[in-house]
Design a binder for this molecule. Structure first.
Ligand code: BDR
Ligand code: CA
Length: 319
């Protein structure tokens, strides 16, 4: 059965690729995007969300603009070095014609989730500021949401923004703390899994045998991202962090999941934003989420490329 999803996002190169993968996946009905500051500021993340939907002929999908600052912390490190100053690498997207809906993302999420209890699966692929505030404003959404899939955290793996913390959690650790302890059924896709999903230059070249604005967008958007990975991580390619979350629906068999009690450090010290699992059950607290600690990464990349090829064939240049 098709799953209806909303994506809360800070596009962001890999965020943008997540929307394209959702649109290319028959198992998914993308209902809306809600935007948040994260990789870059809220004006640009909202613009990019609208522009990428337009590129994919999907501007009927509503976009609600959300929070421009984290809950408590000062804005963290900008993601511009990874995602480029525009947020979509070297891709140049025309100014979108569509506008965000009038409602703030927090109210939009509350309304959509409460209107159809147990129908909507939410994906958060940026800092969780919008969801945390929605929970505080209307706690009933924790019962009404079908499921939450989070890209965030690093459990056995080191961090990617500090030695101990992953970007999305570190950008708003207090929001993550509220969400982790909300009682919502959570699937966590941390760096432990996403760093195994590496898109290579050869993959992008294969896709670009099809002449399409989608294939070119994937090539141009990932160019800056790949430069970053080469310089700082020493490999030719880039990790598809955010798109991998959708595999929780479209290819669940590729993951190795464990259930654990997972918490986040909000003490403000050197490990601020660190996510940690109680592997030895020392706290005696019940598991609060399912976490993907391993994945068949290459299987996911093949699936991603195949779906981008199909989408690319369906969206050609207008003459
Ligand atoms: C996460 O951080 C962002 O830069 C990416 O878009 C992804 O959501 C990976 O740590
Ligand atoms: Ca993101």
């Amino acid at each position: 059965m098709t799953k209806r999803i909303i994506i809360d996002t800070d596009p962001g190169v890999d965020d943008a690729l997540t929307f394209l993968l959702a649109l290319a996946s028959p198992e998914i009905q993308l209902e809306a995007l809600t935007t948040v500051c994260g990789n870059i500021g809220i004006d640009k993340t909202t613009r990019n969300a609208l522009a990428v939907l337009e590129l994919a002929h999907a501007s009927h999908i509503p976009v609600a603009r959300g929070c421009s600052l984290p809950l408590v912390s000062s804005p963290g490190k900008s993601g511009e070095v990874v995602h480029g100053t525009s947020g979509v690498g070297k891709a140049v997207l025309p100014e979108p014609k569509s506008q965000p809906v009038e409602q703030h993302a927090i109210d939009y999420l509350i309304e959509r989730i409460l209107a159809e209890p147990q129908e909507i699966t939410l994906f958060t692929i940026g800092p969780m500021t919008n969801l945390a505030l929605a929970i505080r404003k209307e706690p009933r959404i924790t019962q009404a949401l079908k499921e939450l899939v989070i890209m965030g955290g690093a459990i056995k793996q080191g961090g990617n923004v500090t030695p101990l913390a992953e970007f999305n959690i570190h950008a708003d650790p207090h929001a993550a703390h509220i969400v982790f302890h909300s009682g919502i059924p959570i699937t966590l896709i941390p760096l432990d899994a996403t760093y195994k999903c590496l898109l290579t230059v050869a993959d992008v070249e294969r896709l670009n045998r099809i002449d399409s604005p989608i294939a070119r967008f994937v090539r141009d958007a990932t160019a800056t991202y790949m430069d970053f990975y080469k310089k700082y991580e020493g490999f030719d390619g880039c990790a598809l962090h955010d798109p991998l979350t959708l595999a929780a629906i479209i290819a669940p068999e590729i993951f190795t999941y464990e259930e654990h009690h997972i918490d986040v450090d909000i003490s403000g010290g050197v490990s601020n934003g660190n996510t940690f699992a109680d592997f030895m059950k020392i706290s005696k607290k019940p598991a609060n989420m399912k976490v993907a600690l391993d994945v068949r990464g290459r299987d996911f990349i093949e699936l991603f490329i195949e779906r981008m090829e199909t989408l690319s064939r369906s969206i050609q240049d207008s003459t």
